[in-house]
Design a protein around this ligand. Structure first.
Ligand code: ACO
Length: 308
């Protein structure tokens, strides 16, 4: 059976930086409140989901030494598609000249990890190369007069190329979960703005990350002590710290990028992963734990043995 490994990666964020002080100029909030409660200092705002996705995807393909012609399937994880129909993956498919199929995946902030597990499944089913992108423009569904949400969101995209390999597969264990009875906690109706019950999500999020990560690690025959790098969804620095502490993973072993980008939903894990790679924090043989949670509610974890 073929294995799969990540051979290329890239990211894209809009040029426009919006700081906490910028937001405080029009909202009843402050840099101190936002930094202390969320860990966010600034975020990038602008662009389109397809445009950011194309940019990140192009960099990932280039890094892998491939073109769109080489890709059997494009998976685009997003909560903020350019339109309801067609899928935003269609625009990205054209922009990158993808030869194969293309589909959107919406599992909110868990979307990238859901996509990662699905991409491994596609490779097991015979695909040779899959391009997985998480791309979001949450700013487009945010009420900029609502301080409780406006301070949290950001735009961006991250992408990875997965290729079939005759060697061992990178994916050692995974866990996907959902509880639709909690779907009222985070929602956006057609044409409306994002609504979130932050307190309740916070409560569920820490538990979801811990339980899901533990199951994925158990399935890999590992424990948190084996994790070289933990790449959590970036929704709130306090959630990351609480989950990491309870898993026994110290700060040197986890990635925080929320200070620069805010919550970019399904783009947050690939953005954090690409940052860690660019900073040389991953070496071949390292064990990587990715874990996300979000609207649905959904949660998802994956354990990779980094191939390099
Ligand atoms: N600036 C200043 N004060 C604020 C702001 C703000 N931007 N927002 C809220 N407040 C006030 C509230 O009105 C409240 O005031 P009160 O005590 O007088 O009533 C006080 O600050 C405390 O508000 P809380 O909501 O209790 O603040 P909390 O510490 O819970 O932090 C937050 C709120 C940051 C939203 C937190 O609950 C959180 O991060 N939740 C999880 C969010 C999340 O993980 N979402 C996942 C998915 S997001 C997505 O998919 C886009």
């Amino acid at each position: 059976m073929p294995g799969a490994r990540i051979t290329g990666w890239g990211m894209a964020v809009p040029d426009k930086v919006v700081t906490n002080d910028d937001l405080s100029a029009t909202l009843d909030t402050s840099d101190a409140w936002i930094t202390e409660r969320t860990g966010i200092r600034e975020r990038r705002i602008g662009g389109t989901t397809s445009g950011l996705g194309i940019e990140a995807g192009r960099l990932a393909l280039k890094h892998a030494g491939l073109t769109g012609d080489d890709i059997d399937v494009l998976v685009l994880a997003t909560t903020t598609p350019d339109a309801i129909v067609p899928g935003t993956s269609a625009t990205v498919e054209e922009g990158l000249g993808i030869a194969g199929g293309a589909f959107d995946l919406n599992a909110a902030c868990s979307g990238f990890v859901y996509g990662l597990v699905a991409a491994h499944g596609l490779i097991l089913a015979g695909a040779r190369r899959v391009l997985l992108i998480g791309s979001e423009t949450l700013s487009r569904i945010t009420d900029w007069d609502d301080r409780s949400l406006a301070v949290l969101v950001g735009d961006g995209a991250g992408a990875v190329v997965l290729e079939a390999t005759d060697g061992p597969t990178e994916l050692l264990g995974w866990h996907l979960g959902a509880d639709g009875s909690l779907r009222h906690l985070l929602k956006c109706d057609h044409g409306g703005y994002l609504y979130m019950n932050g307190k309740e999500i916070f409560r569920h999020a820490v538990r979801a990350v811990i339980d899901s990560s533990t199951i994925a690690l158990q399935r890999a025959g590992l424990t948190p002590a084996d994790v070289d790098l933990f790449v959590p969804h970036q929704a709130n620095a306090r959630i990351i710290t609480a989950a990491a502490q309870r898993l026994g993973i110290n700060p040197e072993r986890y990635v925080v990028t929320i200070d620069r980008y805010g919550n970019t939903s399904s783009a947050s894990i690939p953005l954090a992963l690409v940052h860690a790679l660019n900073e040389g924090r991953l070496e071949p043989g390292h064990t990587v734990l990715l874990s996300g949670f979000g609207g649905g509610m959904t949660w998802a974890s994956a354990v990779l043995r980094w191939g390099g």
